[in-house]
Design a protein around this ligand. Structure first.
Ligand code: DAH
Length: 335
C-alpha cells in the first residue's frame, strides 16, 4: 500500500472516530492515538526510512499535511466541546428567582425589652426623660454618695462585684441620680434603666439584672406625687385600673421616709394577693446635698424598680432564669 493510501485509511477511521466523540476526554485520547508518540501517523513518519530518497520528500509532506489537518479538526472540535460545557455549566448555575425558598428565621424582642419599652412609654407619657449611666461605677457613687456608709451590709463583698478597691459593677441604678443631678439644673424628672450586678443566683435572683431608677426633684415634689406617679405607672404598665397600690414603711439609706411599693389586682386570676413591686421614698437630705443642691430648697422622690420582677408579674413567669437561658420555646411566646 502506498503512502497516500495508508494516510487515506488513517484519515477514514479518524473521521469515523471524530463522529462518535462525546467529550474532551475521548477527544484527547483520539489525539494521542493518531498524533501521539506512538500514534498511527507518527508510525508512518518513523517508517519513512524504508522509502527511497526520491519518495521521501513527498511522503513527508503528505504526512505533515495530514497532521495539520487532523490537529485542526481536533482543535475545532475541542473548541466546540468547551463552548458546550460552558453553556451547560451556566445553565446549571442559573438561579430561578421565582422558586419558593425557606423563610429566614425572624428574631423578636426579648420580654425584658418589651416590658422596658412599656415602662419607658408609661413614664415618658408623664413627662420623664430617659437617661443612662455607666455599669462599671465608682464605689464612691454607688455607695457613699447614696448615703451608704462604709460599714453598711450592702457593701459586703458577698453582694458586690469589685473590680478593685474603688471600682464596682453597680449594684443598683441609684448612682445615676447623683451623676445626673450634678450635671443638670432642677427641675429633674428622669428615669434611668439599665443593667445592675450582684453576687446572687437562684430562681428569683440573677447576678446580672435590670433596674429602672426614677427621680423627680423640684422645689415642691412631695410624697403625694410619688403615690400618684407610681400608681399611674402601674395602671399604665399592667393596662388595667383594677389594681390597688400601697406604700409600706421601709428603710433605704438614700430616702427618708422610705417605702416599699406593693400592689394587688382586684380582678383576674391573681386577684387578692399583695405583690412587692419597688423601693421608693423622698430623697434623703444628705443625698440632695451630694447632688450639690440645697436640701432646704429642693425636695423630691426617687424609686428603684426591678425590671425582671415587673416582667415576671406582667407575663406570669415564675423563674427569672428563663429570661437569660435563650431558650427559643420560651422566648417565642411573647410575640
Ligand atoms: N437602690 C435600691 C435597691 O437596689 C432600690 C431603690 C429603693 C431605689 C428606693 C431608690 C429608692 O431610688 O428610692 O434595692
Amino acid at each position: 500500500m502506498g503512502m497516500k493510501e495508508k494516510i487515506a485509511e488513517i484519515h477514514a477511521h479518524f473521521s469515523d472516530e471524530m463522529q462518535s466523540l462525546d467529550s474532551t476526554q475521548s477527544l484527547e485520547s483520539l489525539r494521542v492515538k493518531v498524533l501521539g508518540k506512538k500514534g498511527e501517523l507518527t508510525a508512518l513518519l518513523r517508517g519513512m526510512g524504508q522509502l527511497s530518497p526520491e519518495e521521501r520528500p513527498q511522503a513527508g509532506q503528505m504526512i505533515n499535511e495530514a497532521r495539520e489537518k487532523f490537529t485542526g479538526m481536533l482543535d475545532e472540535k475541542l473548541r466546540e466541546f468547551k463552548a458546550r460545557e460552558q453553556e451547560e455549566a451556566l445553565k446549571k448555575e442559573t438561579i430561578d428567582v421565582t422558586q419558593p425558598c425557606d423563610e429566614p428565621a425572624h428574631g423578636s424582642a426579648h420580654p425584658l425589652t418589651l416590658c422596658l419599652n412599656e415602662m419607658v412609654d408609661c413614664f415618658t407619657g408623664m413627662g420623664f426623660e430617659v437617661v443612662e449611666g455607666p455599669e462599671v461605677e465608682l464605689d464612691h457613687y454607688n455607695f457613699e454618695l447614696m448615703n451608704i456608709p462604709k460599714n453598711h451590709p450592702a457593701r459586703d463583698a458577698q453582694d458586690t462585684f469589685y473590680i478593685d478597691d474603688n471600682i464596682v459593677l453597680r449594684t443598683h441604678t441609684s448612682p445615676m441620680q447623683v451623676r445626673y443631678a450634678r450635671t443638670h439644673q432642677p427641675p429633674i424628672k428622669v428615669i434611668s434603666p439599665g443593667r445592675t450586678y450582684r453576687v446572687d443566683s437562684d430562681a428569683t435572683h440573677s447576678p446580672m439584672f435590670h433596674q429602672v431608677e426614677g427621680l423627680w426633684l423640684d422645689t415642691d415634689i412631695s410624697f403625694t406625687d410619688l403615690k400618684g406617679v407610681y400608681s399611674d405607672f402601674l395602671r399604665c404598665f399592667f393596662e388595667t385600673n383594677d389594681l390597688v397600690v400601697r406604700f409600706r414603711p421601709s428603710y433605704f439609706p438614700f430616702t427618708e421616709p422610705s417605702v416599699e411599693v406593693d400592689m394587688m389586682f382586684t380582678s383576674g386570676p391573681r386577684k387578692g394577693k399583695w405583690l412587692e413591686i419597688s423601693g421608693a421614698g423622698e430623697v434623703h437630705p444628705n443625698v440632695v446635698r451630694n447632688y450639690g443642691l440645697d436640701p432646704e430648697k429642693y425636695i423630691g422622690f426617687a424609686f428603684g424598680s426591678g425590671l425582671e420582677r415587673l416582667t415576671m408579674l406582667r407575663y406570669g413567669v415564675d423563674d427569672l432564669r428563663l429570661f437569660f437561658e435563650g431558650d427559643l420555646r420560651f422566648l417565642r411566646q411573647f410575640n
